[in-house]
Ligand binder design. Sequence first.
Ligand SMILES: Nc1ncnc2c1ncn2[C@@H]1O[C@H](COP(=O)(O)OP(=O)(O)O)[C@@H](O)[C@H]1O
Ligand SMILES: [Mg+2]
Length: 236
Amino acid sequence: MNLTQFSLPGVGIFQTFLTVQAEQPTSGRQHVRSTGPLIIDHTPSTVLMADDGRSVLKFIKARSWHEYFKTFWARSRLFKEVKGNQLLAGLGIEVARIHEVGIGLVPGYKYRYLGYYLMEDLAARQAVEMLSWFQSGEVSEAQRMQWLDRVIDDLRTMRDAGVIFSDCHLRNVFAQPNADQVIWIDTGVTRYLCPRSRKFARKFNFSMRRFANYHDGELTLSEEEKRRILALQLPE
Ligand SMILES: Nc1ncnc2c1ncn2[C@@H]1O[C@H](COP(=O)(O)OP(=O)(O)O)[C@@H](O)[C@H]1O
Ligand SMILES: [Mg+2]
């Protein structure tokens, strides 16, 4: 275990993290890290390229003190995403590989980051964010349906395992055409002990209806595309 300090004035990150899971051993007990260019800074997170140019760093913001304290019993959104990533991988679903995880124990001065994780940059696999790809007009209707079917296959696997993907939409799925596979990011998931319960069916169905209509306005899915998503719903 190491302490890693990030000092990124541009995005207001001055915080020390306890690095708990690292594939590459780091030298010394405390070191200061820099990063590459910013990808996005919005309410839930700040995402940047790492300084090696090959990985992506995601810092997760605490939206309240309450959320910050959840860190201490490993229930925060950071843990939810990291554990979700492992859970999906265990179900045979392709996810961005996580190389390192850091927990924010002492709050920073501007934002309270719950922590960060370092993961592979999916662009290095020539994978593209599905929504932007669909919007680009490069994908024919028939191809789009095939790609959506891959997303639906993964959602069926999750459903059968009692798992709900919290933020299910096409910005959180990448398409990797050279391997004919989809890859999931932002992997906050909830696992229910009773996938056959009415409670699970209600929650799962709600998330499918939300997904089917999520992109209305920016990329309306066709009736058939929506029908296939909604066909995943369970009897309530
Ligand atoms: N591993 C990755 N490789 C390439 N781009 C990524 C990766 N992870 C995130 N991104 C980019 O950053 C954006 C935000 O990441 P995401 O994990 O979805 O954060 P949020 O929880 O804030 O939605 C994504 O929509 C994507 O464009
Ligand atoms: Mg996201």
